[in-house]
Design a protein around this ligand. Structure first.
Ligand SMILES: *Cc1c(COP(=O)(O)O)cnc(C)c1O
Length: 421
């Protein structure tokens, strides 16, 4: 049953209530390894589902365009102060609707249409909003890309430096969406300084690890830090932009009135709760356990013949090239889903297959760590993955079904926030 319970919804709209209950059960029964997903706490769920959704509050605390902000001003200020404390930044804007609009606000703050931006190429692990061609950021701005080294699967800062010096971008993005290795923020900062570019650290995936001390922080190196709040940070779907005092006004103006209207106050409240949680010892332990689990899973997968991009992981994320397993990423991901193991197909660097039918899979350990799994279970997870992928190659549905049952049995011992059996 969904927690908090949804009895009014069940009465008023049973069709929708049943779908939500179905999703809660699904999240409970599956080994959720989509690297960008997590389970938020019941407290975050409660905050996100409140009357705050009724309120308009365009502007910022103390400078709103509507009346009645006695409580919303305090809620947004609380979220901002907590963000500043958790990450150690001068300024935080908690209003961006999600990670993509947060990044677009950065373009609006620092660039004019046609100006040059530099980011990691999408097929190398970068994000669409770092200037990829199908994104507005690639259509309305001139973008140049850096890759990872074909040999090491890691960013080659010498290559980044060469491109930056040649192309003179105004903004450089570091961070990405399929990057299994530590981002060298000081290294990127040095290059940005050399060419006079604004350095943006997009920590969407690793924000929780940074908050929990399990990944180095970009603070003091990046001019601007953008992040989603719903990945390893374990908050509601939303985003934040953090900056030095110098860029605070430009960022705030870009978010509102530059790009958005009223902030989503129920989400702001959920972010405030998540940030309170992120300041606890429990969260620090979670962040370190996420990385320990990823390393244990990477080792177990390697032992089973999986080819991991960059040879392993430093964070929560693993990118595996399934070419040695003689199956594409997509059929593998679909079979794994039937086996109760949820992840996504993904290109690997220098993939020879198409983005819609790539060679790899991407997985992460944030959600399963929130459930309470540790290194102890990772060899079993790797074994299930290996067996399911082999079964997929033989159209062996019975094996997939058996694994799904075993996954369900294991997870029955690990309570899920947001669900009660
Ligand atoms: C997830 C992600 C985003 C975008 O977040 P949305 O909330 O999906 O818009 C931006 N940058 C990076 C690096 C991401 O991983």
């Amino acid at each position: 049953m969904h927690v908090p319970p949804i009895p009014s919804l069940a009465t008023e709209d049973p069709q929708l209530a049943a779908l939500i209950e179905g999703e809660a059960q699904r999240q409970h029964d599956k080994l959720r390894m989509i690297a960008s997903e997590n389970y938020v706490s019941t407290a975050v769920l409660e905050a996100s589902g409140t009357v705050l959704t009724n309120k308009y509050s365009e502007g910022y605390a103390g400078k709103r365009y509507y009346e009645g902000q006695q409580f919303v001003d305090q809620i947004e200020t609380l979220a901002i102060e907590r963000a500043k404390a958790v990450f150690g930044v001068d300024h935080a804007n908690v209003q961006p609707y999600s990670g993509s609009p947060a990044n677009l606000a950065v373009y609006l703050a620092f660039l004019s249409p046609g100006d040059k931006v530099m980011g990691m190429a999408l097929p190398m692990g970068g994000h669409l909003t770092h200037g990829w061609s199908v994104s507005a950021t690639g259509k309305w701005f001139t973008s140049v890309r850096y890759n990872v080294s074909k040999e090491t699967g890691r960013i080659d800062l010498d290559e980044v430096r060469d491109i930056a010096h040649r192309e003179q971008p105004k903004v450089i993005f570091c961070g990405g969406t399929a990057v299994p290795r530590t981002i060298d923020f000081p290294g990127f900062a040095e290059i940005a300084r050399e060419v006079g570019a604004v350095l943006v650290a997009d920590i969407a995936h690793i924000a929780g690890l940074i908050a929990g001390g399990a990944h180095p922080s970009p603070v003091g190196y990046a001019d601007v830090i953008t992040t989603t709040t719903h990945k390893t940070l374990r908050g509601p779907r939303g985003a934040m932009i953090m900056t030095t005092a110098e860029h605070a006004a430009a960022i705030d103006k870009a978010v509102f009135p530059g790009l958005q209207g009223g902030p989503h106050n129920h989400t702001t409240a959920g972010i405030a709760v998540a940030l309170k949680e992120a300041g606890t010892d429990d969260f620090r332990a979670y962040a370190h356990q996420v990385v320990a689990n990823a390393k244990a899973l990477a080792a177990a997968l390697t032992e089973r013949g999986f080819a991991l991009s960059s040879g392993g992981t430093d964070n929560h994320l693993i990118l595996a090239d399934l070419t040695p397993k003689e199956i594409g990423g997509k059929p593998a991901a679909q079979a794994l889903d039937r086996a109760g193991i949820e992840l996504n197909y993904n290109t690997v660097p220098y993939d020879t297959r198409k983005p819609f039918d790539p060679s790899g899979i991407r997985l992460g350990t944030a959600a399963l760590t929130t459930r309470g799994l540790t290194e102890e279970q990772m060899p079993q997870v790797a074994a299930w993955m290996d067996e399911a992928i082999t079964a997929a190659g033989k159209n062996d549905e019975a094996t997939l079904e058996r694994i799904a049952g075993e996954v369900r049995d294991l997870l029955a011992s690990y309570p899920m926030p947001g669900f009660a059996r």
